[in-house]
Design a protein. Structure first.
Length: 318
């Protein structure tokens, strides 16, 4: 179901912030560098060997003997980088939580369950902050309380342009001047804001309200930042060259299109991709079926048989 915000006016906003539609777009690569610059690895923590799966070593581990004749370790715990606890907040008066009555004018909150599920899959403990109303004081309070309980925070909705997009305003005030509102040359997911909250400088990521846009922005920008916080030396998804099995059409324009695709390797070892379904930013089924994102550059698309760069979301069964 669509989780879409109301139409916003262009130009200056009543909160005094510049409308990003009037600002120059930046490349996805530049946006990625700006997001990574907002985070730093968490302090090492000592973790028992039995609980160390999924962590990143913070220091070199050496065996007690060069060539032991039997399984041996002189340590019962290791210094590891902690995995960040990530809080997730949805914003919007129009949202109804799963299981709640869907009253007139309401839509389901798809972003929060999807992002929490993705965090679990990526090995990050998630903290559900629920849904915040479109009220500045309420939103401020929810963000402030959430930031005190987590290492990083993701919020969705209210980050584009207009008087009702309150999330960026709250981040501007809570972030003490650290908030950056980015207008990224990518579709979906062009609106993105980042800030450091509170005395602990908790990184906060504000993502679009449309579900696919939020998930694509998470994959392209937020996931790498969280892995960097966990000390991962290579935080990005693998990227490979593939062949378009069918046409990958797009509307002409300068933005990079992150198309949801299914990638399969043939007997010849060549990876071929085809769309996983509809490409509108509210079509979650295509995102759920996709195991890759095809990065279709500016222009009119990629014809069948053409080469395209893809980001592998799940290489199992490729």
């Amino acid at each position: 179901m669509s989780q879409m915000r109301s139409q916003r006016g262009r130009g200056a906003t009543s909160d005094g912030l510049a409308d990003p539609a009037d600002c120059a777009m930046i490349s996805p690569e530049e946006a990625g560098h700006l997001v990574l610059a907002m985070v730093s690895p968490l302090a090492p923590a000592r973790v028992a060997l039995s609980a160390a799966s999924g962590y990143v070593l913070a220091e070199t581990v050496r065996a007690a003997e060069a060539v032991p004749r039997f399984a041996n370790s002189a340590m019962d715990g290791y210094a590891l980088r902690a995995r960040p606890v990530v809080a997730v907040l949805s914003t919007g008066d129009e949202l109804a939580a799963p299981g709640d009555a869907l009253l007139p004018g309401k839509i389901r909150d798809a972003n929060r369950p999807a992002l929490l599920a993705q965090l679990r899959r990526d090995g990050f403990p998630g903290l559900d902050l629920g849904i915040s109303a479109d009220d500045q004081d309420v939103l401020w309070s929810r963000l402030e309380a959430g930031a005190s309980r987590c290492d990083a925070l993701i919020a969705t909705g209210g980050v584009s342009a207009g008087d009702h997009d309150l999330l960026k305003v709250a981040l501007e005030k809570l972030g003490g001047g650290t908030m950056r509102h980015l207008h990224v040359a990518v579709k979906p997911g062009k609106h993105l804001a980042v800030a450091s909250l509170g005395r602990r400088h908790v990184p906060a990521f504000a993502l679009p309200g449309n579900p696919v846009a939020a998930l694509v922005a998470y994959e392209l920008f937020v996931r790498s930042a969280l892995l960097a916080m966990a000390g991962c030396p290579v935080p990005s998804r693998p990227r490979i060259a593939a062949i378009a099995e069918t046409d990958l059409p797009r509307h002409p324009g300068p933005k990079l299109h992150a198309m949801r695709v299914i990638a399969r390797a043939g007997p010849d070892g060549i990876v071929r991709v085809r769309p996983s379904g509809g490409q509108d930013s509210h079509m979650l089924r295509a995102m759920a079926l996709a195991n890759a994102l095809a990065l279709v550059p500016g222009g009119s698309g990629v014809r069948a048989g053409g080469r395209v760069e893809v980001v592998l979301l799940d290489a199992v069964g490729l």
